[in-house]
Write a protein of this length. Structure first.
Length: 593
RNA sequence: GCCCUCGUAGUGUAAUCGGAUAACAUAUCUGUCUUCGGAACAGAGGACUGCAGGUUCGAGUCCUGCCGAGGGCACCA
């Protein structure tokens, strides 16, 4: 299924250009790949191309003349989706979508419902690595971006016809667990019997684990030898020492239970949670392969991966004490994922700080002959920062996600208490709605900003509940639904679009329709550029168009019967498309608010 | 020192592979309510898009240099 945008580019413009070639107006083999279709600003049409500007330059003619020629050739094709083509200085060609096209899209929304905008299965698989929370650390605000953006990308690709595999690459391995096991053993377990130890381990909370971890770093500043003890403990862990394993496993259990609460609150479910430790016994084969392919080299007691022509700095495969590194584990993970799922595209939703590391991993996978490096994509998101700088687990100045979510929910509750329409609701219903609104606000705040940007953490901004925010969109849907509930009118009947055909549609109604029909194109663009924020922009635009229409024109009290039906259909379609958008973003819609 | 990312009204952001008068929110000011849900709508003011060059018919976007912020550069992940 081609979107109108794709049709204009791929068929209509292509035909026009070929015609001009035959007429020898322009030379043959003009490369249409350089051309794109834009959305012009309001009033100038639905689609635009600057093709004539480029052609004019190429053949040394006035772009306006070329634009007129293109317009002529396009008009000869009798395009049913296009009502009008205009030429504008200095050589733009603007397209206005036809009533037939808009009516057809409206019908499609009403028919296809939650499927509107989706694509048929394309047989390709996307594997996305996101969230990647760390064991024994609280679910920090820092993991929010990865979790939310990753889930949105996962949803968008699934909607676009891809088979999707989501992986939560749990951080459950590394020297840090040496630090923690050392600390737990020294501080809490030393000299205790096995039974006592089991009992103590069961009782830990994640907050205590975090506190121990922070204390370690404080103490290590005065006593650097602690770092060596930690490395020894990590080595024990790698060698399967019973005590080390026991402590480590207890940490995992406690952490997973804790994370489950947050994922539930966020409404996120990741297909597979696989810890880094899972790949431990798989690194050996990778290292052997690297050695066979002459890509590994010994250096200062460690084993490093070297890139030909120093394309990238070397990466470490084995530490000098022969312990594995996250580089070798990440490579082993790729090998495992290829075997298990045969993905066509590997996406890593991981902080921008890992940019170099992932470049090294991707290029290594290519050099090893597994995959091409352009099959990998790193969505390197910017961090949440406090006004003073980065949040750090080591220093203990993190903001816990649970705190943020609870605060958001509390703020939403206050608004609900003041809401007239929700005053008859039971307390537990209000609580549930507050959850949907609070969590939605936080998700939207995050998703609406491009992933590459840093976000300075500010309670008032992250919890914004009006203007360009999650609740604004939720409110638009709820209001649509409220109107629809007030009528038993069947808007899905023949004659729905008579008004359109008779040209009796106002500018406000036309704007809503125009916005709705862009949805499939926006989904495709959001997928291509891994940018959920485009969907946020779209949903906000549509809500604004609808709110303006709602303000200006009566729906249930429309003058004519056919107007009422049409406007109800518009309301239904708006609610549907907004719900589809929010669904992809992972934002729920309350029944009332 | 080298490498990567980011710099847009007071604040927070948008602008898709270079397109038209740089859009939106917030804050400030002014309006809209006997009408379908005011968490709404309309209007006003507010920008040499960090600075200086360059490429182009056209630059917030590409290139060069500088300034600023953040991150990275082998035994943390």
């Amino acid at each position: 299924m081609m979107t109108l945008k794709e049709k204009i580019l791929g068929i209509y413009l292509n035909n026009a250009v070929r015609q001009l070639e035959i007429q020898k107006v322009i030379p043959f083999d003009f490369d249409l790949a350089k051309i794109k279709i834009d959305y012009p600003s309001f009033g100038r049409g639905d689609y635009a191309t600057s093709l004539a500007l480029q052609l004019g330059k190429l053949i040394g003619k006035d772009s306006m003349d070329v634009a007129e020629l293109l317009k002529l050739e396009l008009e000869k094709q009798n395009l049913k989706e296009i009502e009008k083509i205009e030429v504008a200085a200095p050589g733009f060609v603007n397209f206005f979508a036809s009533k037939e096209f808009l009516a057809e899209e409206l019908r499609k929304v009403l028919e296809e419902k939650e499927g509107y905008g989706s694509s048929e299965k394309n047989g390709k698989t996307l594997l996305i690595d996101y969230s990647a929370v760390n064991i024994a650390k609280p679910f920090g605000i820092g993991h929010l971006r990865s979790t939310i953006i990753g889930q949105a990308i996962y949803n968008i690709y699934g909607f676009s016809g891809w088979k999707t595999v989501g992986i939560n690459h749990l951080g459950d391995w590394g020297t840090q667990y040496g630090k923690l096991t050392y600390q737990i053993f020294e501080k809490k377990l030393k000299g205790k019997s096995i039974d006592q130890i089991a009992e103590i381990l069961k009782g830990f909370t994640i907050a205590e684990l975090e506190k121990l971890y922070v204390e370690f770093h404080q103490e290590a500043e005065a006593k650097p030898e602690l770092e060596d003890f930690a490395r020894q403990w990590f080595k024990k862990l790698e060698e399967g020492d019973e005590m080390a394993r026991m402590i480590w496993q207890a940490c995992i259990k406690i952490s997973l239970e804790e994370f489950k609460k947050i994922y539930d609150l966020l409404g996120v479910e990741i297909d597979h949670a696989i810890g880094e430790s899972f790949y431990l016994d798989k690194t050996e084969a990778v290292i052997k392969e690297a050695e066979e392919k002459k890509l590994a080299k010994e250096s200062e007691g460690a084993l490093i991966f070297e890139y030909p022509d120093e394309a990238l700095p070397p990466a470490m495969l084995l530490k000098s004490d022969k312990a594995s590194t996250y580089f070798s584990r990440d490579l082993a993970a790729i090998e495992y994922r290829i075997k298990e799922w045969h993905p066509d595209l590997f996406v890593y939703e991981v902080g921008a700080e890992q940019s170099l590391h992932l470049k090294q991993v991707f290029l290594a996978a290519e050099l090893l002959g597994w995959e091409k490096k352009d099959q990998f994509f790193h969505i390197g998101h910017g961090f949440y920062r406090s006004a003073e700088g980065k949040f750090s687990t080591r220093k203990g100045n993190t903001i816990h996600l649970e705190e943020v979510l609870n605060e958001a929910i509390t703020r939403a509750e206050k608004l609900i208490d003041n809401s007239v329409s929700a005053k008859d609701l039971k307390p537990e219903e209000k609580k549930e709605i507050a959850k949907v609104i609070g969590v939605g606000a936080i998700k939207y705040n995050d998703l609406s900003q491009h992933y590459s940007k840093e976000i300075v953490f500010d309670w008032d901004k992250i919890l914004n509940l009006k203007g360009n925010s999650g609740p604004y969109l939720q409110y638009a849907v709820v209001r649509c639904q409220s109107i629809l509930e007030k009528t038993s009118e069947n808007w899905q009947r023949p004659g729905l679009c008579q008004l359109l055909e008779k040209n009796e549609v106002s500018a406000e109604e036309r704007a809503v329709l125009g916005a709705i029909s862009k949805f499939p194109e926006i989904v495709a663009e959001a997928a291509r550029t891994f940018s959920p924020n485009l969907l946020c922009n779209f949903a906000f635009d549509l809500s604004q168009s609808y709110n303006l229409f709602y303000e200006k024109l009566p729906i249930l009290k429309a003058e004519k019967e056919e107007q009422k039906i049409f406007r109800l259909a518009l309301t239904k379609a708006t609610a549907q498309v907004l719900k589809n958008s929010l669904g992809l973003l992972g934002i729920e819609v309350p029944k009332k608010m």
